[in-house]
Design a protein around this ligand. Sequence first.
Ligand SMILES: *[C@@H]1O[C@H](CO)[C@@H](O)[C@H](O)[C@H]1NC(C)=O
Ligand SMILES: *[C@@H]1O[C@H](CO)[C@@H](O)[C@H](O)[C@H]1NC(C)=O
Ligand SMILES: *[C@@H]1O[C@H](CO)[C@@H](O)[C@H](O)[C@H]1NC(C)=O
Ligand SMILES: *[C@@H]1O[C@H](CO)[C@@H](O)[C@H](O)[C@H]1NC(C)=O
Ligand SMILES: *[C@@H]1O[C@H](CO)[C@@H](O)[C@H](O)[C@H]1NC(C)=O
Length: 482
Amino acid sequence: MRLVNGSSFLLLLASLLFTRPISIYASPVKRDVNVVTVPLKRLQQRTDLHPTVLLQQHINRGHRRHARMTGRRGPSDETLAENLYKRFNRIGTEPNHAFNRRHHLLLKKNVENDNPPSSNATAGFPEAALGGVVNGSLTPAVIPAAANSLGLDIEAHDVGYIATIQAGTPPRNFRVLMDSGSADFWIGGEGCQSQGGGNCGNHTLLGPKSSSSFVESGKRFEIRYGSGTVEGNLVTDNINIAGLTLNKHLFGVALSETVDFSGNSTTFDGVMGLAKSSVSQQMVPTPVEALASNALISSAITSYKISRLSDDTNDGQITFGCLDYTKFDPDTLVTFPNVNTQGFWEGDISSVAVNGKDLGLNARTAILDTGTTLIIAPAEDAAAVHAQIPGSKSDGDGGFIIPCTTNAVMSLIFGGMTFDIQPIDLLFAPVDVSNLTGDCVSGVSSGQIGDANEWLVGNVFLKNAYFSTDIAKNQISLAKPV
Ligand SMILES: *[C@@H]1O[C@H](CO)[C@@H](O)[C@H](O)[C@H]1NC(C)=O
Ligand SMILES: *[C@@H]1O[C@H](CO)[C@@H](O)[C@H](O)[C@H]1NC(C)=O
Ligand SMILES: *[C@@H]1O[C@H](CO)[C@@H](O)[C@H](O)[C@H]1NC(C)=O
Ligand SMILES: *[C@@H]1O[C@H](CO)[C@@H](O)[C@H](O)[C@H]1NC(C)=O
Ligand SMILES: *[C@@H]1O[C@H](CO)[C@@H](O)[C@H](O)[C@H]1NC(C)=O
């Protein structure tokens, strides 16, 4: 399917706007500071969807998410639609948006035509990640050796991280998106209806039919996401997280979900927010807080090893109550205060460098968010970063194109420790999937996200740092992963 021109373009735009791909447009942004959570939701993976459009979806989601986090008015639906439209028009003029070709053919073609990269350059966009770009599938994690830990399955090409927990009696498995940027826990409920019509699809649901310990609390909840709403009931039931059992835990079951959550291709059954419950819409303790208050873990600490699909190690892991010292170099561990007053996780960035050159960006802060894919920086900061990446160019809309073979090393300095981002992580997606050594869309993007000094820092960075949050001490730790 061509993305360009006339009715097919309008049809596609309409489908993007009004069906599952980016129904972030569906809900008006409220100014209410309590309306804050926009966890990562699955991006529509379409074989005919150009990577720059995927990028725009991520940028738009980041803007919405950030606006809600900071209680600011987000960009309007019209602005977001306009950004997408502009991006469409531009890619419509490009000859090689061959996103709809067969994966194996592309790989074959790429191998045949491969230009050997210079010795110290990145070899190009990793082939191992291409399947994730094209098909959005879930890559299972290995079972962690550490106690109180769950494997983090990788969604698509490092877009989201999903753990399996148990709920109900008898206990059944539920796949849950682990999100450091929100504070509500819900899974789909029996009888759940999709707001797009129909039921909540091929997901595991919880309710009185499947669980003898399920009890309604009589309270309702509603979470407004950038993509719409999840509504349902607060209930108590038994849940089990990494072998730790919380009996009669209070949480949400969704009875109405937007298609982003209800659709069969959505790889998770619910979302677990891991920020502080001060930003909870349900106004109940998070599972991690409950584990600590029930003395099942010694403190409300959540630690993440965010894995990289192309490493093929699938060793992503979330650990409750402590850090897993086998996952990082202890000599590089730094701990610093959480500067966010609402309940998100935000640290001071003391400086930003590219290839060791300090960009002179002072007094910046970063919200660290496992539910965001990209790094979204204020426009001038994003431009300053890319000015140091040879061969980069602005795409005119806040995005940047960089060579897939870039060897640029961007670094963020937290707590006095320099955390390098592997060049490969700056490659969000190849512009032309038949040329993995050509142009790539940068994983660092600019956004009108309000505060001139505030960054939203997602998995592009977090793949390069062991990340831990501590609610009691209100502090964040980072270390270099091993
Ligand atoms: C890449 O290699 C060339 C020659 O081997 C060297 O001059 C250059 O400094 C290297 N660049 C980086 C970023 O290491
Ligand atoms: C999707 O991509 C993954 C990761 O590359 C791959 O393992 C899987 O076989 C792909 N599935 C399909 C249906 O292409
Ligand atoms: C339903 O989900 C199961 C496991 O999650 C999967 O194996 C199956 O293919 C799915 N079916 C459809 C129709 O999506
Ligand atoms: C979702 O998958 C189920 C089978 O698990 C199937 O019955 C249903 O039709 C699917 N829904 C859609 C919208 O494809
Ligand atoms: C891939 O892109 C690079 C850089 O634009 C170009 O030099 C090369 O010829 C392209 N290769 C193919 C197979 O198109």
